[in-house]
Design a protein around this ligand. Structure first.
Ligand SMILES: Cc1cc2nc3c(=O)[nH]c(=O)nc-3n(C[C@H](O)[C@H](O)[C@H](O)COP(=O)(O)OP(=O)(O)OC[C@H]3O[C@@H](n4cnc5c(N)ncnc54)[C@H](O)[C@@H]3O)c2cc1C
Length: 326
């Protein structure tokens, strides 16, 4: 038996987790590109997530948590190490954890990190709790949103986050408050960088949001308005959402459009006709590649820099083995 099989067989059987080898990741991302994971497992409970990450650390196997795959451009060579697909989806309305919690913000919304952010927003609306309506149209999980400080329609995660439970880099389980996460636009201190490979980083286990009482009908109307706006202004084809951050005082989509690039195609990847900051993969899995996306990003950056003197900075994260990118 080789070293790798021995490593895999050392996953504690009590975890009830099946490790797969060479698992294609493209279907698990919203843009449907990227190569395979050397090893892959799906976790359904926070206990499994915590123990699997600790086991991977103990056998020196780098790991990467995959939430909804809606902000990651995975290399065509895939990920060297273990990809942990996070399906820990419990959500509940809780009592506050301490007596000095402000009375006007009493209710708490607890979510495991693999819960869908949009589903959490719906739960809060149904419970008459206001503050997360903006998230009804944002793909991905609570874990991804906490790390990226996801936001839309004037709201963002940091506005309503009370605390986060993480497995930190020293193998301790810790509760952190938003101030400790150093939130800025679409980032936090939990984000490991714009280009990352599998490693031994912190794992978000769950989060508590603080929300105020609201009028369900008004909230529902606001949420429906946000969704209708999305449907009007954003493409339905596979994508990673906005490719670039908006430069100060302008919009990346406007600049790309003004450069005449709307509809431009490289391989299977196209600049959306509906929103020029969205790069779409209309053919789905097996059509566009990560190489096509990178070439498109570099082409757009060069043309926009040349035409308008603006440097467009990617919002998406490069993930996996880019050294051996095909
Ligand atoms: C059509 C479309 C529209 C979008 N619109 C918006 C928008 O309006 N606003 C916005 O902010 N974003 C938007 N996005 C981007 C995306 O939805 C967010 O960035 C989202 O928060 C990513 O969550 P995820 O679960 O998909 O993360 P993933 O893409 O799976 O992962 C992102 C990063 O977080 C890490 N990660 C995920 N979960 C954990 C965890 N539990 N512990 C440790 N690390 C973790 C991953 O390893 C990776 O590094 C859009 C994307 C699409 C496709």
């Amino acid at each position: 038996m080789n070293v790798i099989s021995k490593t895999i067989q050392s996953v504690p059987s009590s975890l009830n987790i099946q490790l797969e080898e060479n698992r294609p990741l493209a279907p698990l991302t919203s843009i449907k590109v990227g190569g395979p994971a050397d090893y892959f497992a799906t976790v359904q409970t926070v206990d499994q997530l915590l123990k699997l990450a600790r086991w991977a650390r103990s056998v020196d196997l780098p790991y990467l948590i995959l939430g909804g795959g809606s902000n990651v451009l995975i290399s065509d060579s895939g990920v060297r190490g273990l990809v942990i697909q996070n399906r820990c989806r419990q959500v509940r309305v809780d009592d506050p954890p301490c007596c000095d919690y402000p009375q006007d913000l009493r209710p708490f919304l607890f979510a495991e990190s693999g819960a869908a952010m949009a589903g959490l927003a719906r739960t809060s609306i149904n419970a008459g709790l206001t503050g997360l309506e903006w998230a009804v149209s944002v793909p991905g999980t609570v874990g991804g949103a906490v790390i990226n400080n996801a936001g839309a329609h004037g709201g963002e995660v940091k506005d309503n986050l009370w605390n986060v439970l993480i497995l930190d880099e020293n193998d301790e389980v810790q509760e952190l408050e938003p101030e400790q996460l150093h939130y800025v636009y679409r980032s936090s201190s939990l984000k490991r960088g714009q280009r990352i490979d599998a490693g031994f980083g912190a794992v978000v286990l769950s989060a508590n949001f603080r929300l105020g009482p609201g009028d369900p009908e008004g909230m529902r109307a606001r949420a429906d308005g946000f969704l209708a706006h999305r449907r009007r202004t954003q493409p339905v084809e596979p994508s990673l959402g906005s490719t670039f951050k908006n430069p100060p005082g302008d919009y990346a989509g406007r600049l790309i459009d003004a450069a005449g690039l709307r509809g431009h195609r490289i391989g299977g990847i196209e600049i959306s006709e509906t929103h020029a900051n969205f790069f779409i993969n209309p053919g789905g899995v097996g059509s566009g590649s990560a190489a096509d996306v990178v070439e498109m990003i570099e082409t757009v950056q060069a043309i926009v820099r040349d035409r308008f003197g603006v440097d467009l900075e990617p919002e998406i994260q490069w993930v996996g083995d880019w050294k051996n990118q095909r």
